[in-house]
Ligand binder design. Structure first.
Ligand SMILES: NC(=O)c1ccc[n+]([C@@H]2O[C@H](COP(=O)([O-])OP(=O)(O)OC[C@H]3O[C@@H](n4cnc5c(N)ncnc54)[C@H](OP(=O)(O)O)[C@@H]3O)[C@@H](O)[C@H]2O)c1
Length: 336
């Protein structure tokens, strides 16, 4: 059994890690931290997990006294970089924040607004997108788990950038549900503000553009990247609009994605009907596309707390621990 710790267990991503790992055949939940709920039963915060977890929240301070194989850090940006230098080198660390996703410290500061305090540890991390970097993840023990928007856009555009189908920039229009902002209500995330609203935020400058640019050649084909807040709880729906280098045959886009992702359990082809409803609560990315003679639209949709956070983190854990990659994640999304 893999002995698991979760820092930030009372957050939305932490809660989804607990939900998934409670039924993972090789995972033993040993340590789950929260400042606010230290000492309280985990199931008292997550009534959906009654009967599945019987442990209590620990204090973050007790981490050094805990014997773990894998530690998930599900804390706000800026905390992993403070904790990491104090951790044993042989502990597998999977960080869900942005702290170690960006290889260049100056680029990190430009996008996150504060400095990377542990730049000496940056090179020990691999970017945890299994469909693109599986072999490097397998050989690593530290993973910077990708952002939810970045996962949706990289998986949608990677085959097109590789094959040179794109002419000029790509316009990305991407929507998220409210759970993407975490459990603490803010002025723009509180239910009365969010529930019937639809608004843009962070025009051009969302921090995920930095990690996308490390994988895709955005110097050749820049991204015009716009995020929107939608009145959903879970889900990312990303639309990518671009001019084509040449006209496509009718089934050519489907054939491209089918060949690139033929062996990828978590990537599914949805044709012209991708729908956020059909990825909710599962670790899947549904891709679709439509084109005329000049332009192509590619859609990708995923659950921000699963393939966008906890599910992908567990996929990475499975790879590092030599377990089947789909273990504990091979359940279908829910509907309705
Ligand atoms: N939500 C998503 O869709 C999503 C997707 C991809 C990645 N992520 C990333 O995953 C991380 C967690 O996100 P989340 O949405 O789950 O956040 P969240 O719901 O706000 O949870 C954050 C957790 O961190 C703890 N925490 C907050 N401030 C802390 C501090 N100063 N020191 C120690 N612990 C602190 C909180 O618990 P206590 O207050 O009880 O200690 C809570 O358990 C973030 O870095 C986020 O960017 C989130």
């Amino acid at each position: 059994m893999v002995k698991i710790g979760i820092a930030g267990g009372s957050g939305y991503s932490g809660g989804e890690l607990i939900r998934n790992l409670a039924k993972h055949p090789q995972a033993q939940l040993c340590w789950i931290s929260s400042r606010q709920f230290t000492g309280q039963p985990v199931a008292s915060l997550y009534p959906n997990l009654r009967g599945f977890v019987d442990c209590r929240f620990d204090s973050l301070d007790s981490l050094p006294d805990t014997d773990l194989d894998v530690l998930f850090l599900a804390l706000p940006h800026g905390h992993a970089m403070k904790i990491l230098p104090r951790l044993p080198r042989d502990l597998v660390v999977i960080d869900l924040s942005g702290d170690f996703r960006i290889s260049d410290a100056a680029v990190f500061e430009q996008h996150y607004g504060f400095p990377q305090e542990a730049p000496q540890h940056q090179s020990t991390f691999v970017y945890g997108l299994p469909e693109i970097l599986r072999d490097r993840i397998r050989r690593s023990s530290r993973v910077a788990n990708p952002g939810c928007f970045a996962t949706a856009t990289i998986l949608a555009l990677h085959p097109l950038y590789q094959e040179g189908w794109v002419k000029g920039p790509v316009f990305v229009d991407t929507k998220t549900g409210s759970s993407g902002a975490g459990r603490g209500p803010g002025a723009k995330t509180h239910h009365p503000r969010r529930s019937n609203s639809f608004f843009p935020y962070k025009p051009f400058r969302h921090q995920h553009v930095a990690e996308i640019s490390q994988i895709l050649d955005t110097a050749a084909h820049p991204l015009v990247f716009q995020t929107y807040s939608t009145p959903l709880v879970r889900g990312i729906f990303a639309s990518h609009y671009m001019e084509l280098d040449r006209p496509l045959r009718d089934d050519e886009a489907r054939d491209l994605y089918s060949s690139y992702y033929a062996d990828e359990f978590f990537i599914r082809w949805a044709g012209k009907d991708p729908d956020i409803n059909f990825v909710r609560n599962g670790n899947f990315v549904d891709l679709g596309a439509a084109h005329d003679d000049q332009f192509l639209i590619v859609w990708s949709t995923l659950d921000n707390l699963q393939k966008g956070a906890a599910g992908q983190a567990i996929q990475n854990m499975n790879l590092i621990c030599g377990l089947p990659e789909t273990m504990g994640l091979d359940f279908p999304p829910s509907h309705p």
